[in-house]
Ligand binder design. Structure first.
Ligand code: FES
Length: 227
């Protein structure tokens, strides 16, 4: 895949970056762009960056979730590849979405949450982070992470989770069961320095009895449900 260039035009108080982006390069929710900032001398590796808001193609720009390490400042250009990887594929007819992001702001699943709410569905976010000051949709209900397994059983028809690699590998503990009652998908948070170009193996993950490369077969990994 050819690389392209985007310019950072803004950084908001939450650390999100606004990046110029042609419509055909806008990642779907859960997909990533592999970003490298030639001006960042202390970070030589490319960093995966994710959509933090549903994007309107006519704006030719996207809001990106804060990335670690930080990918740049307003005025700087990023070298980019992508969009890459598998994004979220919501099955038709999902009306009640449970979103589990226990320890940090839910930026990386927010575009999906926005989509479900716009289509008339309901979403509950399970978060232990301080979300009170974040610009989240008013219709979004927020519950503590401990309520997630019971809500899956009693209410949700689909779930998504945003988890670091070690928690994603142990997804049955997170779900409270080896087979969740309803299907869902986990967005794996892991370094993906080569984005599948060199098969470096840094993003290798064992999940559901299979070993995958998150950069190619993820970073969204679907999990079957058993209800
Ligand atoms: S990032 Fe190199 S194989 Fe996935």
């Amino acid at each position: 895949m050819t690389s392209w260039e985007g310019r950072i035009t803004e950084r908001d108080i939450y650390g999100r970056l606004r990046l110029t982006c042609p419509p055909e390069r806008i990642p779907a929710p859960g997909q990533y762009l592999l970003a490298w900032n030639p001006g960042e001398t202390d970070s030589l590796l490319a960093v995966p960056v994710f959509l933090a808001e549903l994007a309107a193609p006519e704006e030719r720009a996207v809001w990106l979730a804060p990335a670690t390490p930080c990918t740049g400042n307003p005025g700087e250009k990023l070298h980019l590849r992508g969009p890459l990887g598998n994004g979220f594929r919501l099955p038709p007819g999902v009306r009640r979405l449970a979103a589990f992001v226990p320890r940090r702001p839910p930026w990386r699943v927010l575009p999906l949450i926005q989509r479900v709410l716009r289509e008339g569905g309901a979403v509950v976010l399970f978060s232990g982070a301080d979300t009170a000051h974040l610009p989240l949709p008013a219709a979004l209900e927020i519950l503590p992470p401990a309520a997630f397994p019971e809500t899956l059983r009693a209410w949700a028809d689909y779930w998504v989770a945003d988890l670091p690699l070690e928690d994603a590998a142990d997804i049955s503990s997170v779900l409270g069961s080896p087979t969740p009652p309803v299907p869902g998908a986990v967005l794996v948070d892991t370094p993906m320095p080569c984005g599948g170009l060199a098969d470096c193996g840094v993003c290798a993950l064992s999940i559901n009895g299979k070993t995958i490369l998150a950069c190619k077969q993820g970073p969204v990994v679907e999990v079957e449900g058993g209800r």
